[in-house]
Design a protein around this ligand. Structure first.
Ligand code: G3H
Length: 257
Protein backbone atom coordinates (compact mmCIF):
# COMPACT_ATOMS: atom_id res chain seq x y z
CA UNK A 1 0.00 0.00 0.00
CA UNK A 2 1.29 3.46 -0.90
CA UNK A 3 1.42 5.72 2.10
CA UNK A 4 2.08 9.42 1.48
CA UNK A 5 5.23 10.59 3.24
CA UNK A 6 4.75 13.22 5.94
CA UNK A 7 7.46 15.68 6.94
CA UNK A 8 6.43 17.28 10.23
CA UNK A 9 8.35 20.05 11.98
CA UNK A 10 8.02 20.23 15.76
CA UNK A 11 9.26 23.68 16.68
CA UNK A 12 9.14 22.83 20.40
CA UNK A 13 9.58 25.98 22.58
CA UNK A 14 11.36 27.97 19.89
CA UNK A 15 10.52 30.95 17.73
CA UNK A 16 8.56 34.17 17.78
CA UNK A 17 5.75 35.66 15.73
CA UNK A 18 8.33 37.00 13.26
CA UNK A 19 9.99 33.57 13.06
CA UNK A 20 6.61 31.95 12.32
CA UNK A 21 5.91 34.45 9.53
CA UNK A 22 9.41 34.06 8.05
CA UNK A 23 9.17 30.27 8.12
CA UNK A 24 5.83 30.35 6.31
CA UNK A 25 7.17 32.76 3.70
CA UNK A 26 10.22 30.53 3.20
CA UNK A 27 8.13 27.39 2.83
CA UNK A 28 5.75 29.17 0.46
CA UNK A 29 8.58 29.98 -1.91
CA UNK A 30 10.67 26.86 -1.32
CA UNK A 31 8.23 23.96 -1.41
CA UNK A 32 7.29 22.40 -4.73
CA UNK A 33 3.82 23.19 -6.03
CA UNK A 34 1.41 20.42 -5.19
CA UNK A 35 4.04 18.15 -3.56
CA UNK A 36 3.54 14.40 -3.53
CA UNK A 37 4.16 14.38 0.22
CA UNK A 38 2.53 16.08 3.21
CA UNK A 39 4.09 18.83 5.30
CA UNK A 40 3.06 19.90 8.80
CA UNK A 41 4.40 22.30 11.40
CA UNK A 42 3.81 22.34 15.14
CA UNK A 43 4.43 25.76 16.71
CA UNK A 44 3.76 26.71 20.35
CA UNK A 45 0.12 27.54 21.10
CA UNK A 46 0.55 31.29 20.92
CA UNK A 47 2.05 31.13 17.42
CA UNK A 48 -0.59 28.83 15.96
CA UNK A 49 -2.85 31.62 14.75
CA UNK A 50 0.02 33.34 12.95
CA UNK A 51 1.00 30.12 11.20
CA UNK A 52 -2.58 29.22 10.30
CA UNK A 53 -3.06 32.64 8.72
CA UNK A 54 0.20 32.67 6.78
CA UNK A 55 0.82 29.08 5.81
CA UNK A 56 1.00 27.99 2.20
CA UNK A 57 -2.01 26.09 0.97
CA UNK A 58 -1.76 22.38 1.65
CA UNK A 59 0.51 22.65 4.69
CA UNK A 60 -0.95 21.30 7.90
CA UNK A 61 -0.65 23.02 11.24
CA UNK A 62 -0.86 21.41 14.64
CA UNK A 63 -0.39 22.02 18.35
CA UNK A 64 2.24 20.31 20.47
CA UNK A 65 -0.17 19.22 23.18
CA UNK A 66 -3.82 19.39 24.24
CA UNK A 67 -5.93 18.80 27.33
CA UNK A 68 -7.40 15.44 28.14
CA UNK A 69 -10.59 17.26 29.26
CA UNK A 70 -13.46 18.72 27.24
CA UNK A 71 -13.48 22.05 29.10
CA UNK A 72 -13.76 23.46 32.60
CA UNK A 73 -11.57 24.75 35.41
CA UNK A 74 -8.24 23.51 34.05
CA UNK A 75 -5.98 26.57 34.21
CA UNK A 76 -3.31 26.77 31.55
CA UNK A 77 -4.64 23.97 29.38
CA UNK A 78 -6.07 24.11 25.84
CA UNK A 79 -8.86 21.82 24.67
CA UNK A 80 -9.20 19.93 21.40
CA UNK A 81 -12.34 21.94 20.59
CA UNK A 82 -10.35 25.18 20.95
CA UNK A 83 -7.63 23.91 18.63
CA UNK A 84 -10.21 22.85 16.08
CA UNK A 85 -11.97 26.21 16.38
CA UNK A 86 -8.66 27.98 15.71
CA UNK A 87 -8.12 25.99 12.51
CA UNK A 88 -5.62 23.34 13.61
CA UNK A 89 -5.47 20.10 11.65
CA UNK A 90 -3.24 18.01 13.87
CA UNK A 91 -1.84 17.68 17.39
CA UNK A 92 1.12 15.89 18.96
CA UNK A 93 0.30 13.57 21.85
CA UNK A 94 2.71 11.89 24.21
CA UNK A 95 5.92 13.50 23.02
CA UNK A 96 8.75 12.10 25.14
CA UNK A 97 9.49 15.57 26.52
CA UNK A 98 5.97 15.66 27.92
CA UNK A 99 6.19 12.08 29.18
CA UNK A 100 9.44 12.79 31.04
CA UNK A 101 9.27 16.49 32.00
CA UNK A 102 5.53 16.55 32.74
CA UNK A 103 5.19 12.97 33.87
CA UNK A 104 2.50 12.16 31.29
CA UNK A 105 1.48 8.56 31.62
CA UNK A 106 0.21 6.42 28.76
CA UNK A 107 -3.38 6.45 30.09
CA UNK A 108 -3.42 10.27 30.00
CA UNK A 109 -1.83 10.29 26.55
CA UNK A 110 -4.58 7.92 25.39
CA UNK A 111 -7.28 10.30 26.70
CA UNK A 112 -5.65 13.15 24.80
CA UNK A 113 -5.60 11.02 21.65
CA UNK A 114 -9.33 10.37 22.14
CA UNK A 115 -10.02 14.10 22.54
CA UNK A 116 -8.17 14.83 19.32
CA UNK A 117 -10.12 12.40 17.19
CA UNK A 118 -13.41 13.48 18.79
CA UNK A 119 -12.70 16.96 17.41
CA UNK A 120 -11.42 15.90 13.99
CA UNK A 121 -7.79 16.65 14.74
CA UNK A 122 -5.21 14.15 13.53
CA UNK A 123 -3.22 13.05 16.57
CA UNK A 124 0.44 12.21 16.12
CA UNK A 125 1.16 9.64 18.83
CA UNK A 126 4.81 9.78 19.88
CA UNK A 127 6.35 6.61 21.25
CA UNK A 128 9.89 5.53 21.97
CA UNK A 129 12.31 3.97 24.41
CA UNK A 130 15.07 5.50 26.54
CA UNK A 131 18.69 4.44 26.17
CA UNK A 132 18.49 2.31 29.32
CA UNK A 133 15.38 0.59 28.00
CA UNK A 134 17.07 -0.10 24.66
CA UNK A 135 20.17 -1.45 26.36
CA UNK A 136 18.04 -3.77 28.46
CA UNK A 137 16.20 -4.95 25.32
CA UNK A 138 12.86 -3.46 26.31
CA UNK A 139 12.37 -1.38 23.16
CA UNK A 140 9.56 -3.44 21.68
CA UNK A 141 7.76 -3.85 25.01
CA UNK A 142 7.92 -0.13 25.82
CA UNK A 143 6.79 1.01 22.39
CA UNK A 144 3.96 -1.48 22.25
CA UNK A 145 2.71 -0.62 25.75
CA UNK A 146 2.51 3.04 24.67
CA UNK A 147 0.49 2.12 21.58
CA UNK A 148 -1.66 -0.49 23.33
CA UNK A 149 -2.81 2.14 25.86
CA UNK A 150 -4.26 4.15 22.97
CA UNK A 151 -5.88 1.09 21.38
CA UNK A 152 -7.47 0.29 24.76
CA UNK A 153 -8.98 3.79 24.81
CA UNK A 154 -10.09 4.30 21.19
CA UNK A 155 -9.82 0.89 19.52
CA UNK A 156 -8.02 0.12 16.28
CA UNK A 157 -10.49 2.23 14.30
CA UNK A 158 -9.64 5.22 16.50
CA UNK A 159 -5.92 4.63 16.21
CA UNK A 160 -6.32 4.55 12.43
CA UNK A 161 -7.35 8.23 12.50
CA UNK A 162 -3.91 9.15 13.73
CA UNK A 163 -0.25 8.92 12.88
CA UNK A 164 2.42 7.18 14.95
CA UNK A 165 5.86 8.74 15.45
CA UNK A 166 8.62 6.44 16.65
CA UNK A 167 11.14 8.62 18.45
CA UNK A 168 13.88 6.81 20.34
CA UNK A 169 14.50 9.14 23.29
CA UNK A 170 18.27 8.64 23.03
CA UNK A 171 18.23 10.09 19.51
CA UNK A 172 16.19 13.23 20.27
CA UNK A 173 18.26 16.39 20.08
CA UNK A 174 21.46 14.43 20.63
CA UNK A 175 22.79 14.33 17.09
CA UNK A 176 22.77 10.56 17.42
CA UNK A 177 20.33 9.20 14.85
CA UNK A 178 18.96 5.69 14.85
CA UNK A 179 20.39 3.93 11.83
CA UNK A 180 17.94 3.30 9.05
CA UNK A 181 18.06 -0.41 9.96
CA UNK A 182 17.33 0.32 13.64
CA UNK A 183 14.40 2.55 12.71
CA UNK A 184 13.04 0.01 10.23
CA UNK A 185 13.28 -2.78 12.81
CA UNK A 186 11.02 -0.92 15.24
CA UNK A 187 8.66 0.40 12.56
CA UNK A 188 8.27 -3.10 11.16
CA UNK A 189 7.60 -4.44 14.66
CA UNK A 190 4.88 -1.83 15.22
CA UNK A 191 3.26 -2.56 11.87
CA UNK A 192 3.32 -6.32 12.39
CA UNK A 193 1.80 -5.97 15.86
CA UNK A 194 -0.93 -3.76 14.42
CA UNK A 195 -1.48 -6.28 11.63
CA UNK A 196 -2.28 -8.97 14.14
CA UNK A 197 -5.23 -6.74 15.16
CA UNK A 198 -6.20 -5.36 11.76
CA UNK A 199 -4.16 -5.87 8.62
CA UNK A 200 -5.79 -3.08 6.60
CA UNK A 201 -5.20 -0.47 9.30
CA UNK A 202 -1.63 -1.70 9.80
CA UNK A 203 -0.87 -1.24 6.12
CA UNK A 204 -2.57 2.18 5.98
CA UNK A 205 -1.30 3.95 9.11
CA UNK A 206 1.72 6.23 8.78
CA UNK A 207 4.67 5.68 11.09
CA UNK A 208 7.14 8.57 11.22
CA UNK A 209 10.69 8.46 12.52
CA UNK A 210 11.96 11.21 14.84
CA UNK A 211 15.37 11.79 16.40
CA UNK A 212 18.17 13.90 14.86
CA UNK A 213 16.70 13.53 11.39
CA UNK A 214 18.22 15.99 8.91
CA UNK A 215 18.76 16.57 5.22
CA UNK A 216 21.78 14.28 5.12
CA UNK A 217 20.04 11.21 6.58
CA UNK A 218 16.40 11.75 5.61
CA UNK A 219 16.64 9.92 2.29
CA UNK A 220 18.09 6.78 3.83
CA UNK A 221 15.59 6.78 6.70
CA UNK A 222 12.52 7.56 4.57
CA UNK A 223 13.54 4.90 2.01
CA UNK A 224 12.89 2.19 4.58
CA UNK A 225 9.71 0.29 3.72
CA UNK A 226 7.96 1.03 7.02
CA UNK A 227 9.20 4.60 7.56
CA UNK A 228 6.65 7.08 6.25
CA UNK A 229 8.41 10.36 6.90
CA UNK A 230 9.77 12.18 9.89
CA UNK A 231 8.96 14.22 12.97
CA UNK A 232 11.72 16.78 12.91
CA UNK A 233 12.88 18.92 15.84
CA UNK A 234 16.11 20.89 15.46
CA UNK A 235 16.25 20.67 11.68
CA UNK A 236 12.76 22.17 11.36
CA UNK A 237 13.93 25.51 12.77
CA UNK A 238 15.42 26.99 9.63
CA UNK A 239 13.85 27.12 6.20
CA UNK A 240 17.03 25.75 4.64
CA UNK A 241 17.30 22.71 6.93
CA UNK A 242 13.60 21.88 6.76
CA UNK A 243 13.48 22.23 2.98
CA UNK A 244 16.55 19.97 2.71
CA UNK A 245 14.48 17.21 4.35
CA UNK A 246 11.42 18.02 2.22
CA UNK A 247 13.61 17.72 -0.87
CA UNK A 248 14.41 14.12 0.05
CA UNK A 249 10.73 13.36 0.63
CA UNK A 250 9.99 14.91 -2.75
CA UNK A 251 12.56 12.68 -4.50
CA UNK A 252 11.17 9.58 -2.84
CA UNK A 253 7.57 10.48 -3.55
CA UNK A 254 8.44 10.78 -7.23
CA UNK A 255 10.22 7.46 -7.21
CA UNK A 256 9.33 4.04 -5.95
CA UNK A 257 7.93 4.96 -2.57
O1 G3H B 1 9.63 16.03 17.83
C1 G3H B 1 10.75 15.93 17.36
C2 G3H B 1 11.73 15.06 17.96
O2 G3H B 1 11.75 15.21 19.33
C3 G3H B 1 13.07 15.06 17.30
O3 G3H B 1 13.85 16.16 17.69
P1 G3H B 1 15.29 16.37 16.99
O4 G3H B 1 15.06 16.30 15.53
O5 G3H B 1 15.75 17.70 17.47
O6 G3H B 1 16.15 15.24 17.48
Amino acid sequence: MNRKLLVAGNWKMHGSLAFARDMMAGLKSGLPNDPGFDVAVFPVYIHLYEVINNKPEGIYCGAQNLSEYDDGAVTGEVSAAMLQDLGCDMVLVGHSERRTMHNEQSAEVAKKFAQAIKHNLTPVLCVGESLVQRQSEQTFAVVWQQIQAVIDEVGMAGLASGVIAYEPVWAIGTGETASAAQAQEVHQFIRSQLASNDDTIARRIRILYGGSCKGSNAHELFSMPDVDGGLIGGASLTVRDFLAICEQADKLSQGDK
